[in-house]
Design a protein around this ligand. Structure first.
Ligand code: C2O
Ligand code: CU
Length: 458
C-alpha cells in the first residue's frame, strides 16, 4: 500500500464519538492491553490485527483536570511483557514506566497500578516502554489530556492522535518490526497514516467556529510537516507546555512523540472544507478534514490568548549550570566504526549483527553510569552534536527543557526536540524531579539500537 487519501470514504465520525469504554478492575479503571482487530485500511481491505488498550485504536483518551490524579490498572493480556510510559508528564519517577530503570516489566497475565499526580495542564500521551519499536507499531498508544483549571473558550476541544502504520497487501501489520535497515535509517516508516484510527478522519465544522486541536504524533519514526487551510489562529502549546506568546502556525513540524495545541477559527466558506494537510515528497494530502456546514457566528473570534503557564521552574543564568555533551554517531551513511556495548568495544559489523546501529558518547547500550548525576534543583546545560545523516527527536523523561539557541536565547519548553542531521543543538533545564530519567531518541527504532542514555537527579 502507499500513502493515499480517499476523500469522503465511509461515514465521518463526529468528534467526541470516542467515549472512554471503561472496564472496571476492582475500583481501579483498567487499561487492558491485548490483541484486537481494527479497521485501519479502507473498508474494501480486511481489518488489521493489532494490539490495543481497551480494544480501541488509539487507546481510550484519558482526560483529567490539572492537579488531579491519574489511576489506571495496566492489565497485560499481550503475549509479551509491557509497561506504560506517560509521555511528557512530570510525574514521580516510580510511575515513569521504564523497564530496569524505574520498574520491572509486567509479564503477560499480570497487572500494575499506575497512580500519579499531573502537575501540568496540556496534551500528553501514553505508550509502552518495553519493545516500544514493536508495541507502538502494533497500535499501543493513547492520549492523556490534562485540562486547564479554566480552559480557554472554544466551541470544541478535539484530540487528533496521528499514527503511522506499515501495512502489508492484506492490511495486516508488516512483520518487519525492528528491522536493522529501518533502525539504521529513519526508523520504521509506514505506508498508511490514520487520525484517531481512521484513514479518512473528518469532522463537521461551522464557519467561524473556534476549535482547539491537540495533535499528537505517535509514529515510530515519521516526521509530519503539516499546514492548515481554511483555519486561522495560533499555536498555543508545544509538547503540552503553553507558549508565552501564541505563535503563527506556518508549517508545523511534528517529530515522533511531539504534540502541538492549536486554537483556530474556521475561515473556510460554507460548503467548503477546512483541512490539515501533510506534506510528503510527492505533494500534500489531507490528514484531517473539517467540512463546513452552517455558521457558528458572524465573525471569527480573532486574537487568541496565551494559556496559563504550567509550574515549571524558570531557567536562570546558565553560567553555573552543570554541562554535558552528547555526541550522536552512527546510522546509514555514518562514520561509526565501533562502540561500547555492555562495557566491551564492539566493531560496527558485530553491532549490526546485534541489531545496533548508533552510539551516543561512544556507547550503544544503556550505559551503566548516567550521562549526568546532578543534585536536585541543579540546572543542566546539555550540548548535542548530531554527527549522523539523520534527524533525531531527542526526548527527556520527567522534565521539560528549553533549547538554548546560538546567541543564548531560550526556545519554548519542550520534552522532545528534533535535531537536524549534521547539526548541533543545546538544551537546558532545571533538574527538579528526583530519580533516574531516560534521555533517548523518540524514533523508537533508533532508541532500541543505540540512542538511549539516562540522567540521575538527586
Ligand atoms: Cu514517549 Cu521514552 O518515551
Ligand atoms: Cu534517532
Amino acid at each position: 500500500m502507499v500513502v493515499s487519501r480517499r476523500r469522503f470514504l465511509g461515514t465521518a465520525l463526529a468528534a467526541g464519538a470516542f467515549p472512554a469504554m471503561v472496564r472496571s478492575a476492582g475500583d481501579i479503571e483498567s487499561l487492558r492491553a491485548a490483541p484486537f482487530v481494527a479497521q485501519l485500511a479502507p473498508e474494501d481491505y480486511p481489518a488489521t490485527p493489532v494490539w490495543a488498550y481497551e480494544g480501541r485504536v488509539p487507546g481510550p483518551e484519558i482526560r483529567v483536570r490539572q492537579g488531579e490524579r491519574v489511576i489506571r490498572r495496566l492489565v497485560n493480556d499481550l503475549p509479551q511483557p509491557t509497561t506504560i510510559h506517560w509521555h511528557g508528564v512530570r510525574l514521580a519517577n516510580g510511575m515513569d514506566g521504564v523497564p530496569d530503570l524505574t520498574q520491572s516489566v509486567i509479564p503477560p497475565g499480570e497487572t500494575f497500578d499506575y497512580d500519579f499526580d499531573v502537575p501540568d495542564a496540556g496534551t500528553f500521551w501514553y505508550h509502552p516502554h518495553h519493545r516500544t519499536w514493536e508495541q507502538l507499531a502494533r497500535g499501543l498508544s493513547g492520549a492523556l489530556i490534562v485540562e486547564e483549571r479554566r480552559p480557554p473558550e472554544t466551541d470544541a476541544d478535539i484530540t487528533l492522535v496521528i499514527s503511522d502504520w506499515r501495512l502489508a497487501e492484506d492490511a495486516s501489520l508488516h512483520e518487519s518490526f525492528g528491522a536493522l535497515h529501518d533502525r539504521a535509517h529513519g526508523g520504521r516508516i509506514g505506508n498508511w497514516v490514520t487520525v484517531n484510527g481512521e484513514g479518512n478522519w473528518s469532522r463537521a465544522s461551522r464557519r467561524n467556529e473556534r476549535l482547539r486541536l491537540r495533535l499528537i504524533n505517535t509514529a515510530n519514526g515519521r516526521i509530519f510537516s503539516l499546514s492548515l487551510e481554511g483555519l486561522a489562529g495560533s499555536v498555543v502549546a508545544l509538547d503540552g507546555m503553553p507558549l508565552e506568546t501564541p505563535g503563527v502556525p506556518g508549517e508545523i513540524v511534528l517529530a515522533p512523540g511531539q504534540r502541538v495545541d492549536l486554537v483556530l477559527d474556521v475561515t473556510a466558506a460554507e460548503g467548503g472544507e477546512a483541512t490539515i494537510r501533510s506534506r510528503e515528497r510527492d505533494g500534500t494530502y489531507v490528514l484531517a478534514g473539517f467540512p463546513v456546514t452552517g455558521t457558528a457566528r458572524s465573525a471569527p473570534l480573532g486574537p487568541v490568548d496565551a494559556l496559563p503557564p504550567n509550574p515549571v521552574p524558570a531557567l536562570g543564568d546558565l553560567a553555573g549550570a552543570r554541562r554535558a555533551t552528547l555526541a550522536m554517531e552512527g546510522g546509514a551513511m555514518g562514520r561509526l566504526e565501533a562502540a561500547l556495548v555492555d562495557g566491551a568495544r564492539v566493531p560496527i559489523r558485530e553491532m549490526a549483527a546485534q541489531g545496533l546501529a548508533w552510539a551516543m558518547n561512544g556507547v550503544a547500550s544503556l550505559p551503566e553510569t548516567p550521562l549526568l548525576d546532578v543534585g536536585l534543583g541543579e540546572t543542566v546545560h546539555l550540548a548535542m552534536a548530531n554527527d549522523t545523516a539523520w534527524p533525531h527527536g531527542m526526548h527527556l523523561h520527567g522534565h521539560h527543557f528549553r533549547e538554548v539557541r546560538p546567541g543564548g536565547a531560550f526556545g519554548p519548553l519542550r520534552d522532545t526536540l528534533l535535531v537536524a542531521p549534521r547539526s548541533a543543538a543545546e538544551i537546558a533545564f532545571v533538574a527538579d524531579n528526583p530519580g533516574d530519567w531516560l534521555f533517548h531518541c523518540h524514533m523508537v527504532d533508533h532508541a532500541a539500537s543505540g540512542m538511549t542514555t539516562w540522567i540521575r537527579v538527586g
